[in-house]
Write a protein of this length. Sequence first.
Length: 397
Amino acid sequence: MENIDLHHLDQKYYLPTFKRIPLTLVRGKGSKVWDIEGKEYTDLLAGIAVNNVGHCHPQVVKAVQEQAAELMHISNFFVSPPQVALSEFLVKLSGLDRVFFTNSGAESVEGAIKIARRYAHANGRGGTIISMENSFHGRTLATIATGQAKYQNGFEPIPSGFAQVPFNDLAALESKLTNDVAAIILEPIQGEGGIIPVNPEYLKSVRELCNQHDILLIFDEIQCGIGRTGNWFAKDHYGIQPDIMTLAKGLGGGFPVGAFLCSERVSTAIQFGDHGTTFGGNPLATAAAMATLKVITEENLCKEAKDKGDWLMMNLESMKSEFQEIKEVRGIGLMIGVVMNKPAAPYVQEFLKMGFITNATAVNVLRLVPPLNIARKDLEDFLETFKTVLKEEHVTA
């Protein structure tokens, strides 16, 4: 079937929630993908920071194939070896004590909110969750209540028990801290908000406030975790431990799986039957995740992300003096935002024509979140293409 036919059928049958790019991708390997007509693209989006070990990594493919042939799903009434192995690995890696597996990032945040409220209620506090302006924690009703107003429009009434403060504004946060607050949730690096890292001193002060008031601190590491920033978790850059941490995206190497972790102190608030999932953490999902984490470990991809990210940001920064279209470069590791002086979407379209998949977020930010094992040559080619696009000045807002 041809590309045009597939897109016609997609428009006919699929709920129109996405502005589809008129492109049908059928195959991937490493940092490359191919469309139905055989054209090759370098993927600098990685499924929105999902394919951290690239497309179809042989070890992940093998793990999924072998597990699928052996046992895919058993429900959480029973124990499975892959789930136990992944639980132990993540707990030891994170320094937290307990883990619960989900199917997605939004579910991970929902679970984090539930356990935070359960803990707060058990200790005589209210259940309000404070989040940061410009944040993004998912698309469910509770998670859009923590996020940007544009994602809430038309879905009223929005669930109560949520409040927001400006990111990196300690005074604003302190003014909201009453006995009604259960937890503070934030992204150490705001992803959808435009690749904005948290201020280290601010984060330290937030941790201290939480300790003083027995308020739980939740880190949403769904986009910035699993090696993306050059450390296993973005929290490791700041040396600050949250009470609860959410994961997804890069955890499964392309397979849908998420998790939230918490301290032993927080976990004691949960009783049998307080939370659950049918599919979360099944043998197939946890086998895929375990294989992904092994690849990151064995191929030293955290260091790869740091080294390549530092190199790429340095080169992008050096382009600012030559091209006034670039306003700012920010990020950590291979989670990079190039702030443009005009909307970024037209640049994304130009890059696509030239064989590079990128993404625009926060209107004027070009988001680069490629596989951690992307070849340096691919990044060099992208930089040359970027310069060509800017020199030819055929991008218009």
